[in-house]
Design a protein around this ligand. Sequence first.
Ligand code: BDP
Length: 727
Amino acid sequence: MTSPLHRLPFWISLAALACAALSPARAEDGYRLWLRYDRITDETLRARYAAAIQTVTITGGVLPRPAFGGPPPISRTREVAQAELVAGLRDLLGIDVQVAFGSNRSPTSPVTGNPDSYRLNAGTSFINSTGLGNINIDSPTEIGALYGVFALLRHIQLGLPLENLNIDSAPKIQRRLLNHWDNLDRFVERGYAGDSLWEWFYLPEIRSPRYRDYARAVASLGLNGVVLNNVNANALILTPVYLRKVAALAEEFRPYGIRVFLTARFSAPIEIGGLKTADPLDPEVAAWWKKKTDEIYTFIPDFGGYLVKANSEGQPGPQDYKRNHADGANMMADALAPHGGVVMWRAFVYGAEVKEDRVKQAYSEFMPLDGKFRDNVVIQIKNGPLDFMPREPFSPLFGGMKKTVMAPELQITQEYLGQSTHLVYLAPMWKEVLDADTFAQGPGSTIARATDGSLNKSPFSMIVGVANTGTDRNWTGHPLAQANWYAYGRLAWDHTLTSEAIADEWIRLTYGTDPKVLATMKKILLGSRETMVNYSMPLGLHHIMAEGHHYGPGPWPIANTTRPDWSPPYYHQADAAGLGAARTATGSNALEQYAPPLATLWGSVDTVPDNLLLWFHHVAWDHKMQSGRILWDELALRYQQGVNEVRAMQRDWDSLKGSIDDERFTEVKQRLARQEADARDWRDACLLYFQTFSKRPLPAGVEPPAHDLEYYKTPLIRFAPGHPGAK
Ligand code: BDP
């Protein structure tokens, strides 16, 4: 049998063999993510591309990045842009492209003032005067040009035409960040894909080649900042020994336009500074932070700034000194301001004493401070008012604050969403949040607009995703969880993209363009989030997961907890009368934190959408639902529907056998089998438990539980990945 390589010219065959031999990736082990530059097999298409792209002219790159301050882009970016382009086109097309750099912008393609923007342009004549196809990549900065390189390669990977190519692209949000919850011992809190990518012990001298591969993936999405360490911070990261290590990572990432940020433990002045206090209004404390910050910039001249989790879940903060969040944030912001750095101050706060409904607390604490933060402070707000549940209404802060920069914090790692075991494509969830209308300034006040700065005329804009990456060979544990990393990056660049368009793109890049694969995978991905909601927390239920590791069901009370708000009954309020959290005026009145049109809509059981019913209302078991069924029957059938939908996902996936590589096929198949078993556990455990209150039989169509309630209540799994309490 002749190898397909025999059909290619000799030198290309050699190159292909050499690439295969040198490639760090085994066949389809997922390491290459969406940057799979496999040779285009359609010869006609390949030849057309090859003719069209004989030279690439990269122009621009002369302006610094005003949005960030710090030093202007450096020429190593040119090197990596050129290397990516040349290697990418060689792999995709089998050609050696000529790359030319010009410092002036191309006369035909004025680009926007956005420093990260790019224009891809094939020129009007397409084939230029020398008879060679030329593509222009034009940008005000070298980083923008690098984004243009990745966009061009993606364009070709997707098989899109180059004739009359004319793409302008600019990110809508300036700072597009990943947050890594990584500890210095390389344990990743809520990380389900192995250990931390940062080899702290070996740095700065020994640098894993994986840093570069990580940076390529991040830059290919246009993400431009990473917080390296856990929000539950360790002050040691701010000591010179660690700063040297951080500087090494910053050096690896810099050519790719990625700024490094660190979490700052509020009590660091005491822990590593020898001070007696961390009171933000104490001049010695402010001076310590100023000196520390100046020192950090000697190590990392383009350091991005600090992320702070203060007065939340035991973390120290300004309230320890009877100061408020603005006092703390502004003190740090003043230290960073001369260097162009920012403070990301988290709104994920809830007090040690449960004073009011937990979902109200962030709003109560931050609203009085609106307008009191420095211009280089951004309040980082989890998308919902509670904590990354499968479905929550949006955090009311997005509609409340008007004089404060706000960044949504989205969770890419799937803490309450089946971790890296379940297949859940998160783009639909994030779109639901970004497209949500807060009515803050009348209709059309979407969270996307509060984020990109257009709603409140913010001094800058930011979005954050808690990363799902680790040392697993495929980066994300579940092979399809790569789609979530990809989707976050694409939405951070352009929040108007649809979940479907992103899924379509990602599947083509990662699994190829077979129409059957595309259609089937798209169906699986797009339905998966709603499926997860159905089998775990339907109808607005929330926080009914297993204690500690947060994997699997656990709606029953947590024994011996001192905090009622860590125990699920606090949230579901099940009793003989009904189910759901009472959050209207007769309950906690969390509803009052939303604008009147929403408070009215969500305030009545007759108008609230089914999917938020039990978030806002305590509803009688025999309440007539929109479907005509009573609540209990509807609940039971939703759980069953979730199980059924996982089974449909399994069938759909099975239909792809032979159409995709065996390695990834089998990995996903096995995980889906586990997901189906877990979905049954969720259904059985939750229904058995809630049945002790409803005292009603399961409706027809719901499978009987496999075990009794006691079986599910026994914590069989104590150790799960990413759980900080069970390392
Ligand atoms: C919770 C996680 C916890 C995080 C916390 C946070 O369980 O591990 O530290 O969020 O965001 O969801 O600070």
